[in-house]
Design a binder for this molecule. Sequence first.
Ligand code: SF4
Length: 442
Amino acid sequence: MLLPLVAEQIVRMVSRDPKDSRLDGRTVWIPRMTYVGARLTAAVFRSVGIDASVVPPSDEQTLALGGLYSSGQECYPEKVTLGDFLRIVHAEDFQPERTAFFMPTAEGPCRFGQYAPYLRQVLDNLGHGDVPVISPTSKNSYDGIAEHGSDVMRTMWRGLVAADALRKMLLRTRPYELSVGDADEAFERSIVIVEEVLSCPGLDLRQRLNKLVDALSESRELFRAVPARYTKDRPLVGVVGEIFCRLNTFSNSDAVRRIEAHGGEVWLSDVGEWVWYTNWSQKRRVARNEGRFSLAMLGAIIKNSVQRREEHRLLSVFEEDFVGYEEPHDLYHQVLKLGWPYLPADGALGEMALSVGKACYLYGKGADGIIDISPFACMNGIVSEAVYPAVSADYNGMPIRNFYFDASSSNMERDLDIFMELVVSYQKRKDQHRRFPACFEA
Ligand code: SF4
């Protein structure tokens, strides 16, 4: 749940007391829930004069340090994010006075709310109480950084939409490339192009949006230029589940590439989905606490519609490329309501309701199977796993399978062969057929 909260965090930062200079001269380290999302988040920080970098790719030391400084009862994403930060602390060239960590937080039963306080505690115990942890619960003055808070908030949202779109183009192109590595190269080059726009200081909102549309158009052409042979017989596997584990390639042992290596194409649930979900939840909360006709409700509606408008503008660049790959434009009716008979979203909060609803949505888009990725012992996967047999039975026997990950093991390698056989068999008899972009017709 890291990146969906980034925009909210930034907004708290942007109204900082200008006299507060505790971030001056520091690099803010961004956790990499998604590689592209973290890169673009860091770019937005830089646009308001904060030096920011993405933590280096996770490795064995990540797990060693994450394990050393945790009790074993924390969830796997906590171990990975903590370990990544501690690698920076343990590096030979670590300079506490030049370091800050960015760790969003949230309220509620999910253990994610403990990540930032726990990081703070670990740093204090290591004698680094002076290293800031930027989080919404901080009572210090990291609640500001520049004068244009809402601008940064909107830039963060645009970055998130762009990150989701670039990842989607990558996953839509890579299985069909003729030369291994071409799609990944287009992806890397696209990130650089978009980063340049997001990190550029001094642009007003309109200028940045126009430049971002241009940058995405340029990126789209890079993907279109990848030599590829698109075929309609490759099975489409929807990947849902816990947001960090499904998106963080280290945590899920590069599950998407494994599915591709087994002959599949992946439709991976994106980060934006979580933002729409939090918007929906916020409106329900506001209606309950302050009434349907309140200023708070008006604010929530305006925020939602501005985000929709900007998303529409940015994604219009990919309209032809995403034929058949359309994300739901109405989360409640197209996702949550479909999942309601199995997990009512007014009671089953969070990703489990999204995962089940999205599985149903993807059935309608012609998916040939669903994989739910979760950290070992996370309740999201456990609850959704309990209802998937009923979902599958109601949806023509579409194969749905949970895969769990932790630091030492996963059941994916063992069971993916069998799952993909089920997928291919379902593909032959399914009644929901896919639509394809024009490149598949050539
Ligand atoms: S959803 Fe599960 S794995 Fe993710 S932060 Fe919450 S408790 Fe941990």
